[in-house]
Design a protein around this ligand. Structure first.
Ligand SMILES: Cc1cc2nc3c(=O)[nH]c(=O)nc-3n(C[C@H](O)[C@H](O)[C@H](O)COP(=O)(O)OP(=O)(O)OC[C@H]3O[C@@H](n4cnc5c(N)ncnc54)[C@H](O)[C@@H]3O)c2cc1C
Ligand code: FES
Length: 335
């Protein structure tokens, strides 16, 4: 059973407290950040040079990242890989201490301290002829390599992507390039269909009664709703689970999930599972286990920011510091 202390925080008594903030994401030259793009004030992309990883990566796999020498380990999906450029792309939502720290210090030209992977089983891209690839919010990024792989395998691909509003939309161009149809959903109706991605799934199923498979990636509550939307139609529905991971190698048990009444470890048995068999309520409960520790870590980091008089993150400040902007973000983006 994993404890939060064993979680990537993996700090031992001997280790010094994280020197954040003010700590550079220097790392080794092997994990250089070659591009960064800020999609919104909480979501950003890092393209990281790692030719061996780019060569080995398959859709559905993830890496464990350590931002700096004293940073914690966090799992992040390989949202894209470009073997020619020798890079992998990560799309990150700044939700807590480490992801906010990454948002603040990961700039073009710096490097991540550690990147381990590719981890997890690659997604099974079978011989489905017609698929719906669904991404909700940040889940839009990790579902992209699967949509592309299905397309390359000759399937008819319908993309369904959901965002809270128009301003948060990203990668529409990449999805249009690999999808035969793209349905955009927004909570407020500012773009595409007004409603949740389940509405997009229903529209696609109404139009195409011969869907072989649905792949849905996003917050657990969204994946649960997608699985319920396809259950009456008996359409195979794969989801990618995001429990708290520590080692990522099946050793700690932190990422255990219940699937079809059995205990599985998402890091080695997944992260993809049949959504109709997943106990989502158990997953959501387990994700809430360390909320008070996470809050404390965040508060402590913010206090340190104040103490060092460091500007809190905004996309502008990062751009000023050379972290983003057109030169970094636009060039040779993986497609
Ligand atoms: C296989 C997998 C792939 C993921 N891919 C992405 C991705 O591509 N982009 C992205 O932004 N996020 C991804 N996540 C989630 C990401 O790992 C967490 O958001 C991150 O660890 C939060 O750390 P924090 O210190 O910023 O926030 P904290 O305040 O520590 O945590 C915020 C919330 O994130 C979750 N979380 C915390 N620690 C972990 C952990 N070690 N492992 C998993 N979840 C954790 C918990 O639900 C927690 O309540 C993925 C998770 C998994 C398991
Ligand atoms: S993360 Fe430790 S067993 Fe999966």
């Amino acid at each position: 059973m994993a404890r939060k202390s064993g979680k990537p925080k993996a700090k031992t008594e001997e280790q010094p407290e994280s020197p954040e903030p003010g700590h550079e994401a220097r790392g080794t030259p092997g994990f250089e950040i070659v591009a960064r793009e800020d999609f919104s004030d909480v979501t950003f992309l890092l393209e990281v040079r790692h030719p061996a990883m780019a060569k080995a990566a398959r859709p559905g796999q993830f890496v464990i990242v350590i931002t700096h020498e004293h940073g914690e380990r966090i799992p992040l999906t390989i949202a894209d890989f470009d073997r020619d450029r020798g890079t992998v792309t990560l799309v990150i939502q700044a939700v807590g201490k480490t992801t906010k720290e990454m948002q603040q210090i990961c700039r073009v030209g710096t490097a991540l301290h550690g990147v381990v992977g590719p981890m997890g089983l690659p997604s099974h891209i079978g011989d489905a002829k017609k698929v719906i690839c669904v991404g909700g919010g940040l889940g839009v990024a990790p579902v992209y390599p699967q949509a592309r792989a299905f397309k390359e395998g000759g399937a008819y691909v319908i993309g369904v992507v959901g965002f809270r509003n128009k301003d948060l939309v990203f990668w529409e161009d990449k999805f249009r390039a690999c999808c035969d149809e793209l349905i955009i959903c927004s909570d407020d109706g500012s773009v595409g269909i007004k409603g949740l991605v389940t509405k997009g799934i229903e529209a696609a199923i109404d139009k195409h009664p011969d869907i072989d498979e649905v792949v849905a990636i996003g917050p657990p509550v969204m994946m649960k709703a997608c699985a319920e939307a396809t259950r009456p139609h008996d359409i195979k529905t794969m989801v990618s689970l995001n429990p708290i991971m520590v080692d990522g190698t099946g050793m700690c048990g932190g990422c255990r999930v219940k699937v079809g009444g059995k205990v599985m470890f998402a890091c080695v048995d997944g992260p993809d599972f049949d959504g109709h068999d997943v106990d989502f309520d158990d997953l959501m409960n387990r994700l809430r286990r360390f909320v008070s520790e996470e809050k404390r870590a965040m508060e402590k980091w913010q206090e340190n920011c104040k103490r060092l008089n460091q500007e809190p993150y905004t996309p502008d400040t990062v751009a000023e510091r050379g972290g983003s902007g057109s030169a970094a973000a636009g060039t040779g983006r993986p497609s």
